[in-house]
Design a protein around this ligand. Structure first.
Ligand code: AVJ
Length: 335
């Protein structure tokens, strides 16, 4: 499907179904996760409309330093970034998981004011977000060529390789790499590399290892927004899979392992209880204080992230850090 606005295009590569396939896949994942010991649910299901709104609120929390740190490092280094991107002439700026492109807009603005030749290819699984961004950029930058793509990462990367012929600069910002396990993260960066040519660039946003108390607070905020974000997963199961989770009977619990560099989030059952899901016609039993694992957010040292890049076939060009050294956007070149 191709929707034409005045000059921006929106390409929708998402599976077009009536939603029943998505619901079946969700039910299957939930059934598997709740039947295991220890129990788990996947963080990929956080982002329904409510979850996406709550994540926006998380990004504005005083404790959630990640977004502000990355925003400020881009503001600080945008001139050098724009020069590095454009050094080889025209390029496609590909933004994986672009969302509202709040941080990328700093770079777009800079590229425009330096009069660099490029087009912008934001990709996201949310069709609503891509429609909104496309419309919004039409107003802010009427002369910019924007080609928004609605797709999951892998589908989007394949499309990229087949349809974009010029040099590419791929952005994967926001510590989204953190939700992958270490091996999966390496696997994902390798996949990105496989869809690029030598000389193409890759900018990876990583949350750096730091004071464990700072990290813990970011995922256990005082106002309880992160708790609501985590608990929304149960609410979503109730709504979409006909579950009867009592949200008051579960609590958000977060812990940071400073040796593994991984932030872990759980939903803990505060009493012995049973939950029934219509979609699977199954009853799931929770012991008192039994925990369901819901999310891992991995932190990296600069050395670890550099190694991941080089194992995947990139060489590190430079690392851009915020003033406090909390976050890094690492610029890699495909070799
Ligand atoms: C969207 C994966 C970067 O791990 O920091 C925020 C998600 N979870 N608070 C992160 C999240 C709880 C976030 N990422």
């Amino acid at each position: 499907m191709l929707l034409q606005t005045t000059s921006n295009t929106l390409i929708d590569l998402s599976r077009k179904t009536d939603g029943s396939q998505d619901r079946a896949a969700f039910a299957k994942d939930v059934a598997e996760g709740l039947s295991q010991h220890p129990k788990k649910l996947s963080s990929r299901y956080f982002y329904d409309a409510t979850g996406s709104r709550l994540f926006q609120e998380i990004m504005a929390l005083p404790e959630y330093y990640l977004t502000r740190a990355e925003f400020s490092l881009i503001r600080q280094h945008r001139s050098a970034m724009a020069k590095a991107f454009a050094a080889g002439g025209f390029f496609h700026l590909v933004d994986l998981g672009a969302g509202d492109a709040m941080k990328t807009k700093l770079l777009l603005q800079e590229l425009v004011s330096q009069e660099k030749p490029f087009d912008y290819v934001p990709m996201d699984i949310s069709g609503a977000a891509m429609k909104e961004l496309s419309k919004n950029l039409q107003q802010e930058h009427p002369d910019m060529h924007v080609q928004a793509v609605v797709a999951e990462y892998v589908t989007g990367l394949q499309w990229l390789e087949q349809h974009l012929t010029e040099r590419k600069v791929v952005l994967f910002l926001g510590s989204n790499i953190g939700n992958f396990e270490r091996e999966e993260g390496l696997e994902f960066v390798s996949q990105i590399r496989q869809h690029l040519h030598p000389g193409d660039l890759f900018l990876l946003g990583v949350d750096l290892s730091k004071d464990p108390d700072t990290i813990l607070a970011a995922y256990n905020d005082a106002s309880g927004i992160t708790a609501a974000f985590n608990l929304n997963l149960l609410d979503r199961i109730n709504r979409e899979l006909g579950g009867n989770f009592d949200l008051d009977a579960f609590k958000h619990f977060a812990l940071y392992d400073p040796q593994l560099g991984v932030m872990k989030s759980f939903l803990v059952s505060q009493r012995a209880q049973e939950v029934y899901l219509e979609a699977t016609q199954t009853r799931y039993t929770f012991a008192a204080w039994e925990a369901v694992h819901t999310e891992n957010s991995h932190k990296y040292t600069l050395q670890q992230a550099k190694e991941m890049g080089s194992t995947a076939g990139f060489e590190l060009v430079t690392s851009y850090l915020d003033a406090e050294g909390h976050f890094a956007d690492m610029l890699f070149k495909a070799v």
